[in-house]
Design a protein around this ligand. Structure first.
Ligand code: FAD
Length: 427
């Protein structure tokens, strides 16, 4: 596999300095071998190290190379599926456990930032923006639903109130979550990696896991080395490829694209987002945006099923940005990139065990900044023998994509067409 570097994103261009992390050479022994240095892998490693485990992390490219270093940076609590749908599928008891955990990821991120002094431009406040009365009605019922699970911090906004926090006439209202917010996602991952190393964890970059010998004493192979471990945690998500075939068959990588403007004047930036909250709209194929620490607008949207890289990202995303903020028509785009998230049919994460000693979490289907931090905690809990919260996720049903990977793209493209029409018609 060729050595792989970051895409030319705003995040890579503004990353905090990092140490060299050499490729794995030869054989090492550890308690837990984590495959993948995104938030899932890093959060798992950090919780394990804090609990006395010896941990080796293998990263195919660089820390935060995947979605964790490319995303919109929005701390969006809860899951990509509403808790009442979960409740109908799995029953009240399990839904209660999941509902109780739905805002924990945002708290974990803030604890990490404070405890390890991570410099990643943290700002509080996330807005869900409604484009229609129907979407507003959905937000109202969501608020009631979350209050049932004790999450009472959400504030509904009418058209006048949302206009105070987003400088556009696009929305009929919205909902504000002050436990949401935004971060520089790559710098969060890099800070977490430094925290892992400060506790004695080892991270090897440019070290893809290419084979796993399963069994009582599992071994993970890389091109130039191998790791003998008591446990393996698979955290490769949309970038895992076919290393673990049973995970590939029930999920699909999808691309989503992000652009970043040149730095805006303080006045222009303030006129777009006066309170510096991040925003996502309520469409199924949603737009999301926020300001960076140096007053650029980061705007994301669009989904490419099957994770092929679109040729002209700016041409896809800029019109979406101008629809919300026509006042940016003369502003230059400095960066444009794509990244992959992992879609599951239920849009719920897939969590579980393979045999006695391989564990995984993947597929948060779009919203994963908070969930992946929670996943790390749950994976560490189960390895310490506390399975209740892990099992609340592990017992959610997993569905294979019909027809396997070959048919996944057309299948989901039909789904995307359906949801795009639904968004356009406001139904
Ligand atoms: C463009 C974009 C925007 C997004 N915006 C948001 C947002 O604003 N808010 C939100 O909540 N969510 C967002 N998401 C989703 C969120 O970023 C992801 O859910 C989350 O980062 C997934 O983290 P992860 O650690 O599971 O996977 P990743 O971050 O993808 O990490 C997986 C890592 O595993 C490595 N790897 C894979 N295979 C191997 C192997 N064989 N050996 C060794 N290493 C391997 C990869 O190189 C990669 O570094 C966005 C996603 C994208 C792509």
């Amino acid at each position: 596999m060729p050595h792989t570097s970051y895409p030319s994103s705003y995040y890579a261009a503004s990353a905090n300095p990092v140490p060299a992390r050499p490729e794995l050479q030869g054989e090492v022994e550890t308690d837990v071998c984590v495959i993948g240095a995104g938030y899932t892998g890093l959060s798992t490693a950090l919780f394990l190290l804090e609990n006395g485990f010896k941990v080796t992390v293998l990263e195919a490219a660089k820390v935060g190379f995947g979605a964790s270093g490319r995303n919109g940076g929005q701390i969006v609590n809860s899951y990509s599926r509403d808790i009442d749908v979960i409740e109908r599928t799995v029953g009240a008891k399990q839904a209660k456990l999941l509902g109780d955990m739905a805002f924990e990821g945002g708290r974990i991120i803030r604890e990490r930032i404070a405890k390890y002094n991570i410099q990643c431009d943290l700002k509080d406040g996330g807005v869900f923006a409604a484009l229609s009365a129907k979407q507003m009605g959905h937000l109202e019922s969501q608020k009631k639903l979350w209050e049932r699970f004790g999450h009472t911090q959400l504030e509904l906004m009418d058209a006048k109130r949302i206009r105070e926090v987003v400088g556009t006439d696009s929305y009929v209202g919205g909902m504000l979550d002050m436990s949401g917010g935004h971060i520089h996602p790559l710098n969060l991952a890099l800070g977490e990696a430094a925290a892992v190393e400060s506790l004695g964890g080892v991270i090897h970059e440019q070290s893809p896991a290419v084979k796993i010998d399963r069994g009582a004493n599992p071994v993970v192979h890389t091109p130039k080395g191998r790791v003998k471990a008591k446990f393996i945690v698979v955290a490769g998500n949309a970038y895992l490829g076919g290393l673990v075939p049973e995970l590939a068959s029930k999920s699909m990588p999808c691309g989503t694209q992000v652009i970043t403007t040149e730095p805006l004047s303080a006045d222009l930036a303030k006129s777009l987002l006066p309170t510096d909250y991040c925003v996502e709209d309520c469409n199924y194929l949603l737009d999301y945006y926020r300001l960076t620490g140096d007053n650029r607008l980061i705007f994301g949207g669009g989904v490419v099923y099957g994770a092929r890289d679109p040729s002209n990202i700016e041409a896809i995303i800029r019109p979406k940005m101008l629809k919300v903020f026509p006042q940016l028509k003369d502003v230059k785009i400095d960066f444009a990139w794509t990244g992959n998230f992992l879609l599951t049919l239920s849009r719920l994460p897939q969590v579980g065990r393979i045999g006695d000693n391989i564990y995984y979490s993947q597929g948060c289907s779009g919203h994963g900044v908070t969930y992946t931090h929670l996943a790390g905690k749950l994976l560490a809990e189960v390895l310490r023998g506390q399975a209740e919260r892990f099992d609340a996720f592990a017992t959610l049903p997993h569905y294979p994509f019909p027809g396997g990977r070959m048919f996944q793209v057309p299948f989901s493209a039909i789904g995307a067409w359906y949801y795009t029409m639904r968004d356009k018609l406001g139904i």
